[in-house]
Write a protein that binds this ligand. Structure first.
Ligand SMILES: NC(=O)c1ccc[n+]([C@@H]2O[C@H](COP(=O)([O-])OP(=O)(O)OC[C@H]3O[C@@H](n4cnc5c(N)ncnc54)[C@H](OP(=O)(O)O)[C@@H]3O)[C@@H](O)[C@H]2O)c1
Length: 358
C-alpha cells in the first residue's frame, strides 16, 4: 500500500543542500511548486547560515547537528555514504520517509532501489527508506525502459548489455566542477596544476573513472556500481560489461550502449517505442545525434543513433538502416543530465510516485 499523500504543509529536509545534487534538488522542488517555507536545508558546519536559491526564494542553510527529524517528514539525503548511513538510521527511527541519493543503501537487499520508470511498483510496499541509484545506472535504465517493455510484450528479452560511459566532472560533486575550471585555466595559462579530486588534471584529458580499481576483476568501483545497480533495477542478473570514463565536461553523462536480445526486433518497432516514451527525447539516425549540451539542465534522457549491430544484422547494411531492418543486437547513444535524472530529479520522481510529495 502506498502512503496517503502528505498534507501540503508536511516538512521536507534537504541534507547536503549546498552540494551539486542538493542545489539541483532545491531547484526542482521549486519548479514543482513546493513552497520554500516547507523546506529546511542542511549541510556541514562550514556552510551554516549561507543562503541558497530555491526558485525565486532563498533558504538558509542549517548545520547538520541541528537536524531533528519529525515523524512523516520527507528527508532527501544528498551527502556522502558515511553521513547518509547515519542520518538515514536517525530519520527512519524518528518515523520520517527517506530518499537516499548516496551509495550507502543501494545494494542492501532490504532497501528498494528505484527508478520509477522501470520499477516504481516497489513503492507499493510503502517503504520508509528508498535508495536512488548511481547516476549512470539511472540514465541507462530510463533509456532501456521502452526496450524492456517492447521485449516483454513481444516475447523477447534483453540478454546482454555493454555500456561505455563518458562522465562529466560534476559526478564528483561541486569540487569536481571547481577542479575542471581551475585545471583548464592553468592549462591555458601554461602553469602547473596539482589535482586533488581526480588522479590527473582533467583539462583537455580523458581517463578511466577515478574510483578504486579491484585488482581481481580489473573493474573500478563505478563500473561495479553500474553493473550491480542496473541488474538490481532490472530485477535479474543480466550479463553486462561496463567501462566508465571521465571526460572534461561540466555536467551530463553520455553512454554508448549495446544490447543483445533473445529474438530479433524491427527498427520501426524500436523507434516507435522510444518516440512514445514520455521520459525520453528521441532522434532517429536520419536526424543529427544529440550532444551533451542538448541534455544539460533537461529532465529527459536523450536517445539517438539507434542502429543495428553491423556484426549481427539480418539484411543489408550498406546504406542507411531501413525501418524494416531486423536485428537481435542494437546500439544506442544515450545522454542524461546526471544531476537531474541521474540524481535530484529521480529522487523527486520517487517522492511523487510514492505519494510523499504533493
Ligand atoms: N554528483 C552527481 O552527479 C551524483 C549523482 C548521483 C548521486 N550522487 C550522490 O549524491 C551525494 C551528494 O553528491 P554531490 O555531488 O552533491 O556532492 P558535493 O557537491 O560534494 O556535496 C556534498 C554535500 O554534503 C554536505 N556535507 C558534507 N559532509 C556532511 C555531513 N557530515 N553532514 C551533512 N552534510 C554534509 C556538503 O556540505 P558543505 O557544502 O557544507 O561541505 C554538501 O552540501 C553523494 O552521495 C553522491 O554519491 C551524486
Amino acid at each position: 500500500m502506498r502512503s496517503e499523500p502528505f498534507e501540503a504543509a508536511r516538512p521536507i529536509a534537504v541534507i547536503g543542500a549546498t552540494g551539486a545534487v542538493g542545489t539541483e534538488l532545491l531547484t526542482i522542488l521549486a519548479d514543482r511548486g513546493i513552497d520554500s517555507q516547507r523546506v529546511t536545508a542542511y549541510a556541514s558546519a562550514r556552510s551554516m547560515g549561507s543562503l541558497l536559491h530555491m526558485g525565486s526564494s532563498r533558504v538558509r542553510v542549517h548545520e547538520i547537528e541541528s537536524f531533528r527529524p519529525a515523524p512523516d517528514q520527507l528527508v532527501f539525503l544528498a551527502v556522502d555514504s558515511t553521513a547518509a548511513r547515519h542520518l538515514a538510521a536517525v530519520a527512519v527511527g524518528a518515523g520520517a520517509r527517506v530518499i537516499d541519493l548516496s551509495a550507502a543503501h543501494r545494494e542492501d537487499p532490504h532497501v528498494p532501489l528505484v527508478v520509477p520508470q522501470i520499477n516504481g511498483q516497489l513503492l507499493d510496499d510503502d517503504p520508509r527508506l528508498v535508495a536512488s541509484p548511481n547516476c549512470c545506472a539511472a540514465i541507462l535504465v530510463t533509456a532501456l525502459a521502452p526496450l524492456v517493455r517492447l521485449t516483454e510484450s513481444t516475447g523477447s528479452r534483453i540478454t546482454e548489455i555493454r555500456v561505455s560511459t563518458y562522465q562529466s566532472v560534476s559526478g564528483a560533486g561541486r569540487a569536481g566542477i571547481e577542479e575542471l575550471l581551475a585545471s583548464t585555466r592553468a592549462a591555458l595559462a601554461a602553469t602547473e596544476f596539482q589535482p586533488t579530486v581526480f588522479p590527473v588534471s582533467c583539462a583537455f584529458n580523458v581517463f578511466p573513472h577515478e574510483s578504486t580499481l579491484d585488482p581481481e576483476t580489473g573493474r573500478n568501483g563505478e563500473e561495479d556500481k553500474l553493473l550491480r545497480e542496473t541488474q538490481k533495477l532490472l530485477g535479474r542478473p543480466i550479463p553486462m560489461e561496463t567501462t566508465c570514463v571521465r571526460v572534461p565536461v561540466l555536467r551530463v553523462h553520455a553512454e554508448a550502449v549495446s544490447v543483445e536480445l533473445s529474438h530479433p526486433l524491427e527498427l520501426a518497432q524500436i523507434e516507435a517505442a522510444f518516440r512514445t516514451d514520455p521520459s525520453i527525447r528521441f532522434r532517429s539516425t536520419a536526424e543529427p545525434p544529440f550532444a551533451a549540451t542538448d541534455a544539460a539542465g533537461q529532465d529527459h534522457v536523450l536517445v539517438s543513433r539507434i542502429r543495428p549491430s553491423s556484426l549481427r544484422t539480418r539484411g543489408r547494411l550498406d546504406g542507411p538502416a531501413s525501418p524494416s531492418v531486423t536485428s537481435d543486437a542494437w546500439q544506442l547513444w544515450v545522454l542524461g543530465d546526471q544531476l537531474r535524472k541521474g540524481a535530484a530529479l529521480n529522487a523527486v520522481e520517487i517522492a511523487l510516485a510514492a505519494g510523499w510529495l504533493c
